[in-house]
Design a protein around this ligand. Structure first.
Ligand code: PHE
Length: 452
């Protein structure tokens, strides 16, 4: 007989762990730089709409599937429908988890490196770009930091659900929240605050391009950890009494709050120093250290800032590893320990090419001049996640019966309308939006427009 499935010790623990998965580099690194690149407030508006019409419905669908099946992504689809096709959606998720963690951990390693250098040497004005370049160009440092980040992730996942993942999230998430609030207040009293608030909160829709809208959709999806079964897996450890709709609302509200606060924290300092908000991926690693070097108390703020980002990245990385680990525990009857160490080690090795794509293998570019890191990121977040999300939306909207769904989201009086709205979104709106996203990201629309 299979061992009893572990469960979260409390509803609060589940919400925190799921929020921990959602809140990560997607909010603190990707969101601000995309927002800066694609027009500030208008991008934020598109992001909020995407969370509402795409993110929240898929989040609810994932938790419903996970909780009713009480299995990993592959096992869950197999449990709910005897078909060869649906487990493929789960397989896609396992693949995405594997790929994303392999390069996510490389970026996690950069953050650890930044924490160490803040402690050891602080930031020096004019040198941030050089320091970042130095880190990028050293294979040994890249691989060492990536390994350290993976070790921390493996260590937490080894503890299991309630005494590993839940316990650490309960510790790290409130700390994260406090540091973010402190840094946002510090930032909002800087001279650039007015400019930043206008930039973020007064949308100029003429700035919003089609690419900007697609990026906003993609960022919302990545940021909520959707489309690869992370929320499905966390949902599978949820007990039957927890109200899924309110928990999902809280998770997405927390995640969105973090993105907005990350913007409110970063842009005032960027504007105060007259820097460019559209600096791209370097916003976090070059622009901000430059700012910390120039401002009073910058070393301290910088230290807390990178600790914050490291916490956020680790709580997301553990959910990525847990998806893969849960598959091996459920389907191949591995012990948690064996699955955790073995898969952690394999993912570490698979992350090495990403770590080398900024130095030894920087000349190795494939498809459209992208290095391995960019290629994996683009493939996972622009193709695998929306594709997985589409499968999940169709499964929840068209395959599961009302009876099965109502067993999970109860149609109690005041939740009745909520169920109906969710159902329309997941059945019609979300799949159509995701198909459009995929047509763009796979380049099919571009190809068609050449001929028509
Ligand atoms: N949501 C995480 C972030 O914002 C990334 C992630 C994606 C985690 C998919 C799990 C699954 O950084």
């Amino acid at each position: 007989m299979a061992p009893q499935r572990e469960h979260w010790a409390s509803r609060f623990g589940f919400v925190l762990a799921a929020a921990g998965s959602a809140i990560g580099l997607g909010n603190l690194w990707r969101f601000p730089y995309k927002c800066g690149e694609y027009g500030g407030g208008a991008f934020l508006a598109a992001y909020l709409v995407s969370v509402a019409i795409l993110g929240l419905p898929v989040l609810i669908a994932e938790i419903i599937i996970g909780r009713s099946a009480q299995k990993n992504p592959v096992g869950a689809f197999r449990e709910l429908r005897a078909s060869r096709f649906w487990p493929l959606v789960g397989w896609l998720g396992i693949l995405a988890g594997f790929i994303i963690l392999s390069y996510y951990s490389v970026v996690g390693g950069w953050i650890l490196h930044y924490i160490a250098s803040t402690v050891l040497s602080g930031f020096q004005a004019g040198l941030a770009a050089g320091q970042f370049h130095e880190l990028m160009s050293s294979p040994a440092r890249q691989i060492g930091c990536h390994g350290l980040f993976m070790l921390l992730t493996i260590f937490i996942v080894r503890g299991g659900i309630s005494s590993g993942i839940e316990r650490w999230n309960k510790l790290l998430m409130p700390a994260l929240f406090l540091i973010l609030i402190g840094l946002t207040i510090r930032s909002l009293i800087s001279p650039g605050a007015g400019h930043a608030l206008r930039f973020l909160l007064q949308p100029d829709f003429s700035q919003l391009t089609r690419t900007g809208i697609l990026e906003a959709l993609g960022s919302a999806f990545f940021s909520l950890s959707l489309g690869m079964g992370a929320m499905l897996t966390y949902g599978s450890y949820l007990d039957k009494n927890t109200n899924i709709s309110s928990a999902a609302l809280e998770i997405s509200a927390l995640d969105t709050c973090f993105s907005v606060m990350a913007g409110l924290m970063i842009f005032p300092i960027v504007f105060s120093c007259g820097l460019d908000p559209g600096a791209g991926p370097g916003l976090l690693f070059v622009t901000l250290p430059e700012v910390f070097a120039q401002m009073p108390g910058g070393r301290m703020c910088g230290f807390f800032f990178f600790v914050l980002v490291a916490f956020a990245a680790i709580t997301s990385a553990i959910s990525l590893l847990e998806v893969v680990v849960s598959f091996f525990i459920d389907e191949l009857c591995w012990t948690r320990r064996r699955a955790d160490y073995t898969l952690g080690a394999v993912i570490f090795v698979c992350g090495i090419p990403s770590a080398l794509s900024f130095n030894l293998w920087s000349g190795l570019t494939l498809m459209g001049g992208k290095n391995i890191f960019d290629l994996l990121d683009g493939f996972a977040s622009n193709i695998l996640l929306p594709l997985g999300g589409l499968g999940i939306a169709i499964f929840a909207g068209w395959v599961l019966t009302h009876g099965e769904k109502e067993a999970e989201i109860k149609r109690v009086e005041n939740a009745f309308h909520f169920y109906d709205i969710w159902h329309i979104l997941i059945k019609y709106i979300t799949p159509v939006a995701l198909v459009i996203v995929l047509l763009y990201t796979t380049g099919i629309i571009g190809l068609l427009s050449k001929y028509f």
